[in-house]
Design a protein around this ligand. Structure first.
Ligand SMILES: [Zn+2]
Length: 230
């Protein structure tokens, strides 16, 4: 059967004991050329395509939840428009979603679109797994990643998903130092001292064709992880 989206379905349409996919994103600045919803948009797109693949080709009963559109984005807070709920609130949101979803879903997987959510999400998943919940998280992260934030990769995927939201005329190179080098300062002081525009990487050559390829890479790897049970 086709994957069910809670945003589009009445309750009698739900299959028994499904796999529940919950996209988790953020509402944070993505440079001068992308909107605040990019992480959420990517998490929703990946969850939707993974759900289709699992149900159409692998016989899974899959339900896709509405996205958690706010995450832990404190490192972007110097840029106006960023709305972060912080780690403690995110932790509680994720825990309550697991408790509530577990009453009808056999297994719950968070599909995460924002790196800043990772620490909290992996802690929550470890604790709740210890308590007997069948829960996991997967990252919308590329093995072949070229940059970290609002750069070539993310802008290409955004162009593939929703070209109308990308202002390519504003897409300019930000800080291109390797993430590992700038991470200590980033964790301490946030993005602004490192990149005035809010971009880490170079989005200027981003294109939809690359975005399609990256998206396929994400969908394939997340699908494979879910099938393998990790
Ligand atoms: Zn992002």
């Amino acid at each position: 059967m086709a994957a069910i989206h809670l945003n589009e379905s009445p309750w009698p349409n739900l299959p028994p004991t499904p796999l529940l996919l919950i996209p988790v994103g953020s509402t944070e600045q993505h440079g001068p050329h992308l909107p605040f919803c990019v992480d959420t948009m990517i998490a929703v797109a990946v969850a939707t395509q993974v759900a289709e693949r699992l149900s159409d080709h692998h016989g899974y009963r899959v339900v896709v939840s509405p996205a958690v559109a706010f995450g832990a984005s404190g490192e972007h807070q110097d840029f106006p428009g960023t709305l972060s709920i912080g780690h403690e609130a995110l932790r509680l949101v994720l825990i309550e979603l697991i408790r509530s979803g577990a009453l009808w879903a056999e297994r719950i997987v968070f599909v995460n679109g924002h790196g800043g959510n990772v620490t909290t999400m992996s802690e929550v998943v470890a604790t709740m797994s210890d308590e007997g919940h069948h829960v996991a998280w997967v990252a919308c992260a590329l093995e072949s990643a070229t940059d970290a934030h609002a750069g070539f990769d993310e802008t290409s995927v955004a162009l593939a998903l929703s070209p109308g939201v990308v202002q390519m005329a504003e897409a300019r190179r930000g800080n291109i130092q390797p993430l590992a080098e700038i991470l200590p300062l980033l964790m301490k002081k946030g993005l602004q001292p490192i990149t005035e525009s809010g971009v880490l990487g170079d989005p200027s050559l981003a294109n939809a064709e690359t975005g399609e390829r990256l998206l396929e890479e994400l969908v394939a790897s997340v699908t494979a992880r879910i099938i393998s049970g990790h």
